[in-house]
Design a binder for this molecule. Structure first.
Ligand code: ABN
Ligand code: CU
Length: 706
């Protein structure tokens, strides 16, 4: 935050300051949010303001580890805020020192627009419903007169539209009709798109296509139980539900094996801090592994820092549809309250999330983060053919899952951060919710850009691409990264080096500069990426302590060079980027690869990843690095995805390689273990081999059907 106005406010001892949480990375408490908004209000007394963001500014990394590992002082507790002031262009943003209840920096940033909050989205529907020209267009499309309460819109940021640039705070209203309020509106899109100025609270323009498409007369398609009964119910089975809902219970009679100290999680050999913010949602920090009394640091911070959903219809105004959901709306802001036994099954611990409302008061999303364990199938097994596989060790594993679900208007993103006992870290994304839809006429040729998923409903092709941000700290701050490619021997068959022609090996290409770290997925060489500490060498393999990124859902960004989306999401054009890390003056930095303020960024100029990459010449070898990974899927819609999508699953994992001396789960108690001598002895009587068998497992034939 250069160029920020420094305020010479008196430093007052914080008489009424709320107790700071025990851990410097803990999200702001409701009391802290309120305190910050009061400090901000005091400074903006003369203005009418709306609170947009109040969040923790995480401490400088060095200060954090001085506190954590070297008995240093607790880092200052600082909040970052964004407000919109009536009549002022852009945003006002700054920092508040919570302990001293003091504004330490603030500025009016112009040429940018703030993230959209649920409040901003909720306002838009009322604005379009009451606009006479919108009503006229709805009626022209076939809406019966006097039914404005049946007009709905999904409010999206405009993204960027050069007719207005970034000077005004704009939304595009994707228009729909609901026959009644319990209907799902996605089977009844309108063909036009109003543009709303949020600060004026007015529709300022309407994009109307040259060829008009009247509102579909086809019955809506929905998925609520009453609609399922209408669709599939019979006199024998009025609900219409299929008859396979036998209960699967998850029981943990002895409770869970994770321990939480505030937000610090200890599970199996892992220890890390669970954070949450308006933008990235779940953030996992200060992650370490303790095996047999030795603590090894793994990652300083892991999060999803951005995503983009570019749509593939080249027809105006659909080129505008490319949602940067994390930067423009926030995986935290849009997070759902989760419910026991529905979203999460088993023995659950929840954490709440707190945000400011427009007036600066704290609001709470209950049960925003779900923490639980699940069975993880076999962890390892081996049996001996010599005695017909009776000699064997069979060890089952369990996994720890930290999850959240956020709703990006039509889509749901279910995010599962999964920890395995062998040190693997997985991220699983389940995509559900509803396709973004546009109207088509009965006989319309919609070209290759979408699929008719329902009568008069065109669902455009699109992608879901995420940026995973990894701040590694494997055995210390100085880390490196490399590609790892499976390659045939370079020597042809018959040569001395590869006489039989069968040689193959793993080619590592270590990144020296930022330019080297810009790489793409390569399925022909089963490419993976190594993040490693070149100074920490395994005593057996002679290779460096590594976390290997294994990621196969790596669709490339399909929008071409020069397209708006490629300019605004420069990170999405490649599978990896690696940059050197440095803190800001007041805190942790280099967070958002499409820039700090994403809404209405034209994509021109250097922000985020483009700025960090610069000329690509900076060193990224054996230093403090950030590793960004683009992953996701390309979605060609199909009728099976409508009226709501069955979850589509994609994932990635980070695996320890050359970190542990041997298989790190040898010390997990097996379910069953029998040696060859025990098999020979026949072991009658007491069963000493069943060590950890699940006693609730039964034969299907012994179960009575309900
Ligand atoms: N996918 C665009 C979006 C996300 C969140 C809220 C509104 C719109
Ligand atoms: Cu999709």
């Amino acid at each position: 935050m250069e160029r920020l106005a420094q305020l010479a406010l008196q430093t007052t001892a914080a008489v009424g300051a709320p107790q700071a949480p025990a851990h410097p990375l803990d999200p702001l408490t409701p009391q802290e949010i309120k305190l910050v908004s009061n400090v901000v209000k005091n400074n903006y007394k003369s203005k009418s303001i709306i609170f947009n963001t109040i969040t923790l500014r995480e401490p400088i990394k060095k200060a954090y580890y001085e506190w954590k590992e070297k008995n240093g002082p607790k880092p200052p507790r600082i909040a970052y805020f964004v407000i919109v002031a009536d009549g002022d262009e852009g945003v006002h943003e700054g920092l508040v020192d919570i302990t001293y209840q003091k504004l330490i920096e603030f500025k009016n940033t112009t040429g940018v627009q703030p993230i959209l909050t649920p409040y901003d989205l909720q306002r838009t529907e009322a604005i379009v419903r009451n606009d006479p020209e919108v009503i006229r267009q709805c009626e022209l499309s076939g809406l019966p007169k006097g039914q404005i309460d049946k007009i709905y819109c999904d409010a999206w940021t405009i993204g960027y539209d050069e007719r207005w640039g970034a000077g005004r705070r704009l939304q595009q209203a994707l228009m729909y009709y609901r026959s009644d309020e319990d209907d799902s509106h996605y089977s009844h899109p309108f063909d036009f798109c109003p543009i709303v100025d949020m600060n004026l609270g007015k529709v300022i323009s309407i994009d109307i296509p040259q060829i008009r498409r009247p509102l579909s007369k086809f019955k809506h398609s929905s998925f609520h139980p009453k609609h399922i009964a209408e669709k599939f119910g019979t006199s024998e089975n009025p609900s219409g539900f299929r008859n396979d809902d036998t209960v699967i219970n998850v029981t943990q009679p002895n409770g869970v094996s994770f321990k939480l100290d505030g937000n610090v999680m200890s599970w199996s050999n892992f220890k890390f801090h669970i954070g949450f913010n308006y933008r990235e949602g779940i953030v996992l920090s200060d992650m370490s592994w303790n095996g047999h009394g030795k603590t090894r640091s793994l990652f300083h911070r892991i999060s999803l820092c951005e995503m983009v959903v570019p749509y593939g219809s080249p027809d105006f105004p659909h080129q505008r549809k490319h949602a940067l959901d994390i930067g423009e709306y926030g995986a935290g802001n849009c997070t759902n309250p989760l419910s026991l036994g529905c979203d999460c099954k088993g023995v659950i611990h929840y954490m709440d999330a707190h945000f400011p409302n427009k007036d600066g008061d704290a609001t709470t999303v209950k049960n925003a983060i779900c923490i639980h364990e699940e069975d993880d199938g076999l962890l390892f097994k081996h049996s001996d053919f010599r005695d017909d596989f009776q000699t064997n060790v069979t060890t089952r594993g369990k996994k720890l899952i930290i999850s959240q679900i956020f709703t990006a208007a039509n889509y749901e993103y279910c995010l599962y951060w999964i920890f395995r006992q062998d040190g693997t870290i997985k991220l699983e994304v389940r995509l559900t919710g509803i396709l973004n839809t546009y109207i088509c006429t009965d006989d319309e040729d919609i070209g290759p850009w979408g699929t008719k998923v329902y009568p008069n409903v065109n669902a455009h092709n699109h992608q879901h691409l995420f940026s995973l941000r990894l701040h590694p700290r494997i055995d210390g701050d100085n880390n490196s990264a490399a590609t790892s490619d499976a390659k045939s021997s370079p020597y042809p068959t018959g040569t001395k080096q590869n006489f039989y022609g069968n040689g193959f090996y793993c080619e590592k290409t270590v990144f020296k500069t930022i330019k080297d770290g810009i790489t793409d997925a390569q399925s022909a060489t089963a490419r993976t990426w190594d993040i490693f500490n070149p100074n920490s060498i395994h005593p057996y393999s002679g290779k460096p302590a590594t976390y290997k990124l294994v990621s196969t859902f790596t669709s490339p960004l399909l929008a071409q060079e020069g397209s708006l989306v490629r300019k605004r999401a420069p990170w999405a054009a490649n599978t990896t980027q690696v940059i050197p890390y440095h803190d800001d003056k007041y805190g942790y930095a280099l967070l958002y690869p499409s820039g700090d303020h994403v809404a209405q960024w034209s994509g021109d100029g250097d922000r985020g990843m483009r700025q960090w990459i610069g000329d690509g010449s900076k060193n990224i070898e054996n230093t403090d690095i950030l590793f960004f990974h683009t992953f996701g899927i390309t979605h060609f819609p199909s009728p099976e995805d409508f009226p709501v999508m069955p979850t589509e699953i994609f994932d990635l994992m980070l695996r320890p390689r050359n970190i542990h001396l041997e298989n790190p789960v040898l010390d997990v108690k097996p379910s069953f273990a029998k040696t060859t001598s025990e098999v020979k002895a026949g072991l009658k009587g007491v069963d000493t081999c069943s060590l950890n068998v699940d006693k609730s497992s039964r034969l299907a034939t012994e179960c009575v059907k309900r």
